[in-house]
Design a protein around this ligand. Structure first.
Ligand code: NAD
Ligand code: 6OD
Length: 496
């Protein structure tokens, strides 16, 4: 798989990205601009689906359930999903180009995480769907009747997949692949900030022969646009959504009228806990990653770092040294950190940098915007930032910022840090750094989150449950959990 070079063009330069509905690429109605966050330039325009186009997409998906897709065996569907993965790899450079153009993320990350995970998602769910066991219960009643109960798994129907902009391809395919593997048809809506990798995927679906209407793609915004129309549509059976907690809440209200099944992966305010007995260098490198990866725009990022007092000062100093050494720049500059997704998001993150000062934080490093003296000054770059000295009640310690920033606080006991880490309305992820095995298990288990890493961060096995508690989500995906959400289990009871 070849990574793109600066001479590889953005695949959709000067074009209008279409929606894909019932096997037809459609460019009609309104369009909006797709902006490159590295320099503020327009990359392409994007067809915005209105309620009528969303309705066509849902009807196409409904019709496709009754077509060849509905009659295919799991093995035939799995074979098609593997072809999708193969084709993503054949067009790897284009996918990476599309992803880095929309997000400005580093070439290294897009080539090693975002796009490979997209292909891996399709392969993983092809395998998992094929290997799915069925339950069987033999029963006998006291009056001598007997029966054999077995379970069959049917598609839920038309699934809406709504994705955010931070890991666009990884997160879209994370839901799309199991939805298709289970025999559903899908109307997908990527974020308005990141339409390009989804647009390429639409081409790939056509190229490998996924039947018309099985995968439909609509572009647009949330409120008063494609997103809101999709989640309110009465013919959508289930919604798999990743995004902000507030958006999840709005979607839940809208979906309530037609009682849709919901799976939500939402925001986080995740803690990293570093005990004094941790391997210092490993904890430092892991925390650098967990705070600054993808410019802090990963729902799993650590925005609260708790360090045991004996190593606190040394850890803060080393983290600040690491943050100052991060090279900030565009995808092809060998940078460690790209821009934020947009100027609007940068305004939000900068408002938290200002708020931190007002709340009395020490700004150990960063806190502003880098100056390049070239076109990148029109982009959405921001400095990696480390805060200290805030009370646990400060808004900067409680609210999700979603940027390259963390607050570092000392702690004195295991009991205290468990309380601090759990004292949040979110509950997505935690990272615990210690060389004491018993403490590792004890503390990890007490984290009120969906996933706790011990001595690592963002190490993923796609068979494991993934999701959040409290404001961080509803339900679990991953492995058998995704298969369960995207299927209707049915019991057949045969009298013996
Ligand atoms: P967002 O909620 O603003 O948007 C996500 C998607 O929802 C976009 O496609 C958007 O157009 C759509 N949308 C917005 N309002 C809608 C509405 N009313 N009806 C239907 N669709 C609507 O989120 P974002 O800013 O794109 O992403 C960042 C957020 O996502 C952060 O809060 C982050 O923590 C969260 N996130 C969570 C996970 C997880 O796995 N838990 C993963 C990635 C991102
Ligand atoms: O790795 C995954 O499967 C996953 N859903 C990651 C989410 C990352 C959030 O930004």
């Amino acid at each position: 798989m070849r990574s793109p070079t600066p001479s590889d063009p953005y695949p959709f330069a000067g074009q209008q990205l279409p929606c894909l509905i019932g096997g037809e690429f459609l460019r009609q109605g309104k369009a909006f601009a797709n902006i490159n966050p590295v320099n503020g330039r327009v990359l392409c325009s994007v067809t915005e689906a209105d309620a009528a186009l969303v309705d066509r997409a849902v009807q196409a998906a409904r019709a496709a359930l009754r077509g060849p897709w509905g009659r295919m065996s799991t093995a035939e569907r799995a074979a098609l999903l593997r072809k999708v993965a193969d084709r993503i790899e054949e067009r790897f450079a284009e996918f990476v180009s599309a992803e880095i153009a929309d997000t400005g993320k580093t070439l290294k990350q897009a080539s090693s995480l975002d796009i490979p995970r997209g292909a891996a998602n399709f392969r993983a769910y092809a395998d998992l769907a094929l290997a799915r066991p069925s339950e069987c219960f033999e029963m006998a009643t006291p009056d001598g009747r007997g029966a054999l109960n077995y379970s069959v798994y049917k598609p839920v129907g038309v699934v809406a997949v709504i994705a955010p902009w931070n890991l666009p391809f990884l997160l879209l395919t994370w839901k799309l692949a199991p939805a298709l593997a289970c025999g559903n048809t899908v109307v997908a809506k990527p974020s308005e900030e990141t339409p390009s990798s989804a647009a390429l995927l639409a081409e790939v679906m056509q190229e490998v022969g996924v039947p018309a209407g099985v995968f439909n793609l609509v572009h647009g915004f949330g409120p008063d646009s494609a997103g809101a129309a999709l989640v309110a549509h009465p013919d959508v059976n289930a919604i798999a959504f990743t995004g902000e907690s507030a958006t999840g809440s709005a979607i839940m209200k809208s979906a309530a009228d037609s009682v849709k099944a919901l799976s939500f992966e939402l925001g986080g305010k995740n803690a990293a806990i570093i005990f004094a007995d941790a391997d210092f260098d490993a904890a430092l490198a892991g925390t650098m990653r967990s705070v600054f990866a993808n410019t802090g725009q990963v729902c799993l990022c650590s925005e609260r770092v708790y360090v045991e007092r004996p190593v606190y000062a040394r850890f803060v100093e080393a983290l600040a040294r690491g943050a100052r050494a991060l090279k900030v720049g565009g995808p092809f500059e060998g940078a460690d950190m790209g821009p934020l997704i947009s100027r609007a998001h940068r305004d939000k993150v900068l408002s938290y940098y200002r708020l931190a000062r007002e709340e009395g934080a020490g700004i150990v490093c960063g806190g502003g915007v880098p100056a390049f003296g070239d076109e990148r000054d029109q982009g959405a770059f921001i400095e990696p930032t480390i805060l200290t000295g805030l009370p646990e009640s400060a808004r900067c310690v409680r609210e999700e910022i979603f940027g390259p920033v963390c607050h570092v606080a000392p702690f004195d006991s295991e009991e205290q840090v468990i309380h601090m880490a759990n004292d949040t309305r979110y509950g997505l992820a935690a990272a615990v750094w210690t060389s004491n095995l018993q403490r590792a298990h004890r503390v990890a288990r007490q984290m009120e989150v969906g996933i706790a890493w011990v001595n690592d961060w963002f190490l993923r096995d796609l068979r494991t449950p993934f999701g959040g508690v409290k404001l961080s989500g509803i339900g679990r995906e991953g492995g058998a959990h995704s298969l369960a959400f995207f299927s209707e289990a049915m019991n057949i009871c045969v009298k013996l």
